[in-house]
Design a protein around this ligand. Structure first.
Ligand code: PGA
Length: 253
């Protein structure tokens, strides 16, 4: 299975998100049994309306975050249960913008993953090094530590239930993508951490889908999505342009 995750962030209003989704549904003929998951992640406010537009289209709905708890006094948060009600099958967790603007920690990502798995939503777990960490040549160990912390004690650690996205922080929204070689090398570190977490089932680490995200565009999407160790792309900026998103999806069909 290959993946294209479109992360629309807070870039579109509700009406605009609905318009883009409508255009996508009209233009995109996803053949049945296509080994490609195309997941649209609009803001919380647009989830319900976009979900209505894309249901039965073959496109999947994803959230950009989820609460750390099942329910309760969590003003401003949205629970995994509510995401199910809105039709979400995926949710991004640990995105660098959540970590940066909301101080989200690996421990919170771990809680969010548990909430999602309990509702059978596939978490897309983002990990990635900062520019400083990259310059200090510690990318591998940073990624291993993040994967270990985010996924430790996860009871349903299974390849069909969890997607990991390697998103170097310095590459997000900068127009400066990693090299395909660097992205492949990152998947090795990520899988080393998975092997340790999986114990006896260590060989299953190879089956976990690992995606690349960070300045993916029409020109580089295929090389990332088909590179050694990678199963797809998480696209921010380029996913806002319907033509680009359609081209990226089309190039992987
Ligand atoms: P970008 O965003 O494609 O604009 O770099 C990627 C992301 O935020 O996941």
């Amino acid at each position: 299975m290959r993946y294209v995750i479109a992360n629309w962030k807070m870039q579109l209003g509700v009406a605009e998100a609905v318009a883009r989704a409508t255009e996508l549904v009209r233009e995109l003929a996803l053949p049945e049994n296509e080994q490609l998951e195309v997941v649209i992640c609009p803001s919380f406010a647009a989830l319900g309306a976009v979900g209505e537009v894309i249901k039965a289209s073959g496109l999947k709905l994803g959230a950009e975050d989820v609460a750390v708890a099942k329910s309760g006094a969590f003003t401003g948060d949205v629970s995994a249960r509510e995401l199910v009600e809105l039709g979400c099958e995926y949710a991004i967790v640990g995105h660098s913008e959540r970590r940066m603007h909301h101080g989200e920690t690996d421990g919170q990502v771990r809680q969010k993953i548990a909430m999602l798995l309990a509702e059978k939503i596939v978490p897309i777990v983002c990990v990635g090094e900062s520019r400083e960490e990259r310059l200090a040549n510690i990318t591998g160990s940073v990624l291993k530590a993040q994967v270990a912390e985010c996924l430790r004690d996860v009871t349903e650690l299974a390849a069909e239930k969890i997607v990991i996205a390697y998103e170097p922080r310095w590459a997000i929204g900068t127009g400066l993508a990693a090299t395909v070689e660097d992205a492949s090398a990152a998947t090795v570190a990520i899988r080393e951490a998975l092997v340790e977490l999986l114990g006896e089932a260590g060989a299953d680490a190879d089956k976990f889908p690992v995606l690349y995200g960070g300045s993916v565009d029409v020109a580089n999407a295929v090389s990332f999505a088909t590179a050694e160790g990678l199963s797809g792309v998480l696209v921010g900026t380029a996913s806002l342009d319907t033509k680009s998103l359609l081209q990226i999806v089309g190039s992987l069909m």
